[in-house]
Write a protein that binds this ligand. Structure first.
Ligand code: AFP
Length: 335
């Protein structure tokens, strides 16, 4: 039997002690979240918490619990200088001498909790350079290309971790018997072409013309200009849609839309778009807001929203070309 590689062993050989310690802290919190999810209704964690988060969305009980677990764990890690969460208005300074900043979405796809579908925790790790001073929001406003680690824990039919440190993507599966994450793939790759796409097509009337054209072409299948049939999948949790793309290819889109004035789409740059773009690029895919590479965008504030198109390289390039041909120079107001 081939010896199994645990997360601890992998981290020792593939990253710095600071990053290894931070991932270990995140992994420990993920196990607690996964256990609560497994207990489900019996843990009393279903339903609304009765609050709204900074994005104006109703918080689920497990959103709040997961946020508290991660925040508490990370702020006690000496390597962590500050924490930003999708669920909190402001950043939390942690340890002044830490070298890392962590941004996270504690429970992506939380509308899936009560229906027993996949959810997950997304994280992005940035360098911190102002040792000796308290971290501020300005320290977090770095473009995604500065990330030194990113990934997600997915709580699906099994619990898994996908992580990158900028040299490829590794995937781990949580073994409930040994309570350890075990390496299952140390070089996740995405095919450059695909026949599977993910988008919430009910927003179609709010999209820009090139995005409407793109989806129309895919729907026409082998009777249209793309000359092949496409298939749709949509889990309503970015984490699950991105995971599927890493496993079997595809393209995921939450494009620019005019549904809510002043919100350029639904997804958050720092908690969703940046970490997922880093993972996707490291697996050989591509990521854009329709015009620019997402990882090149400098955030203007920590809760900024951004249009997202990511996955199979050739398909993402095709979408970008359609935007260019239509003369779209910037993807609207990204406030
Ligand atoms: P929640 O975490 O609030 O459920 O949002 C999840 C999400 O931001 C992202 O993970 C999905 O891709 C997207 O929303 C689904 O949005 P629709 O509700 O428009 O399908």
């Amino acid at each position: 039997m081939v010896a199994q590689t645990t997360l601890t062993q992998y981290l020792k050989n593939h990253t710095t002690p600071e990053l290894a310690s931070t991932i270990t802290t995140l992994a420990t919190a993920s196990v607690a979240i996964s256990q609560l999810l497994n207990k489900g209704a019996l843990a009393g964690i279903h339903g609304e918490a009765g609050n709204q988060n900074v994005q104006g969305e109703a918080q689920k009980k497990l959103d709040v619990i997961s946020n508290d677990l991660l925040l508490n764990a990370l702020t006690h890690n000496p390597n962590c200088a500050g924490v930003a969460s999708e669920e909190l208005d402001e950043i939390n300074p942690a340890n002044d001498n830490g070298t890392l900043l962590v941004a996270f979405d504690p429970l992506d796809g939380s509308s899936n909790i009560d229906i027993n579908m996949t959810v997950g925790t997304i994280f992005s790790i940035l360098p911190y350079h102002n040792q000796g001073q308290k971290a501020t929001e300005a320290d977090f406003l770095q473009k995604g290309a500065n990330q030194i680690g990113a990934g997600y824990f997915i709580y699906g039919t099994s619990t898994m971790l996908t992580v990158t440190f900028g040299a490829g993507v590794a995937m781990f599966s949580f073994d409930p018997i040994s309570q350890t994450y075990i390496l299952i793939n140390d070089d996740v790759r995405i095919s450059s072409d695909t026949a599977e796409y993910a988008i919430n097509a009910s927003n179609r009337r709010y999209w820009l013309p090139p995005m409407q054209q793109y989806i129309e072409e895919l729907v026409q299948g082998d009777t249209g200009v793309r000359a092949k049939d496409y298939n749709t999948r949509w889990v309503a949790a970015m984490i699950a849609d991105v995971h599927r793309i890493l496993m079997r290819g595809g393209i995921f889109m939450y494009p620019f839309d005019t549904k809510i004035t002043g919100k350029a789409g639904k997804l958050r740059l720092m908690y969703e778009a940046n970490p997922m773009s880093f993972v996707i690029e490291q697996a050989g895919g591509a990521s854009t807001d329709g015009v620019e590479r997402i990882l090149d965008i400098t955030p203007t504030h920590i809760h900024q929203r951004i249009p997202v198109v990511l996955g199979a390289k050739n398909e993402v390039a095709y979408v970008k070309d359609l935007h260019k041909t239509a003369g779209i120079l910037a993807n609207g107001d990204r406030a």
